[in-house]
Design a protein around this ligand. Structure first.
Ligand SMILES: [Fe+2]
Length: 332
């Protein structure tokens, strides 16, 4: 846990530079350069990248074997990789989280309201966190072991002229669109229809992310694109630009910002994966930072490598389950 303490210390050093409320009685009570507390929307992604660099470096230094007390296991026996440079394989821990429940697990480590939260997502093999957003937040995701396929989208702030409309079901014999939209409308209908509540304790923002709450449709109405271009654009839809899908492996870090890469979907590889996540600030529905799931509803334009999409808010997919749990003494 020394590494987590170092990480927390690093985060608390960075927080005064961000437009987050000071926490009375702690090191966070230093004067801030910003006065708002609605998240990080007022800071440019570039500025944030500079501020967050010390946290990124602290995450790079974390030793996953020590943090999770990982046991060695050969690749042939199903060991997950610690990364191409480590040439070491370990036993994944998805079956060791208590209580034993199927699905993706979240190990909560630390949260300071409106400032940050730290936790670990543990992915069973081939499990998926569906496409979702992080309103006015920055997130650093350090792969502890295994590999994750990441599909992410930038929020398009000022969508320009009306573009050629191409629906995702009219894939113009084009691999680009297959790459861009890996869920058909039909599959979406299956996955996003009704939802039941999984068992699992929830805490703060976790209640919206870990459990299946009421319909998420329209939660971002204030910030959302309304019927600017399409008569039938569902309320809460977002114009976004899809980034190239990539695979990140331990010990790499995925970063997202209020605009750049703000929506993403994670899919674990064959041996599962674990990700140490730092959210700045945490989700908070009372402060306009609720988690919303999306589906790719329309490919608006494909130009060179730029794929412009309309993302439509949707209920949490009913085949997605993420339940909090505990692992050894991993808590502060
Ligand atoms: Fe996320």
């Amino acid at each position: 846990m020394d590494e987590i303490r170092k990480l927390i210390h690093c985060i608390e050093e960075v927080l005064p530079l961000l437009p987050l409320p000071p926490k009375i009685g702690s090191a966070l009570a230093k004067p801030t350069q910003h006065s708002t507390c609605d998240g990080l929307d007022s800071v440019s992604d570039k500025e944030l990248e500079q501020h967050l660099e010390p946290i990124r470096e602290a995450l790079v230094d974390i030793d996953a074997v020590t943090l999770l007390n990982l046991k060695q296991l050969s690749k042939a026996q199903g060991g997950a990789s610690l990364g191409p440079n480590r040439r070491k394989y370990i036993q994944p821990i998805h079956n060791e989280i208590t209580p034993p429940i199927r699905g993706i697990r979240y190990i909560h480590i630390q949260e300071v309201d409106n400032c940050y939260s730290i936790g670990i997502f543990v992915f069973p093999p081939r499990s998926v966190i569906p496409l979702h957003d992080h309103p006015a937040m920055a997130v650093l995701s350090r792969i502890l072991y295994g590999e994750i396929n990441v599909q992410s989208f930038d929020i398009e702030i000022n969508p320009t002229l009306k573009r050629t409309e191409v629906t995702s079901n009219e894939c113009i014999n084009n691999q680009d669109i297959d790459d861009c939209v890996d869920m058909s409308e039909e599959e979406d209908e299956r996955n996003h229809s009704t939802a039941s509540n999984p068992n699992g304790k929830t805490k703060g923002w976790l209640s919206s992310f870990l459990s299946l709450g009421p319909s998420l449709l329209g939660r971002r109405e204030d910030n959302a694109v309304k019927d600017q271009f399409y008569d039938t654009t569902p309320t809460g839809s977002i114009h976004a630009i899809q980034k190239n899908t990539c695979t990140i492996r331990s010990p790499e870090i995925s970063l997202l910002y209020p605009r750049r890469g703000n929506l993403h979907k994670f899919a674990a590889g064959e041996q599962g994966a674990a990700i140490l996540d730092v959210l700045l600030p945490p989700y908070d529905a009372n402060d306009g930072r609720d988690c919303t799931f999306y589906r790719v509803g329309k490919i608006e334009n494909i130009c060179n490598d730029s794929k412009q999409c309309l993302l439509i808010p949707t209920e949490q997919p009913n085949d997605y389950q993420c339940v909090s749990g505990e692992y050894k003494d991993l808590c502060c």
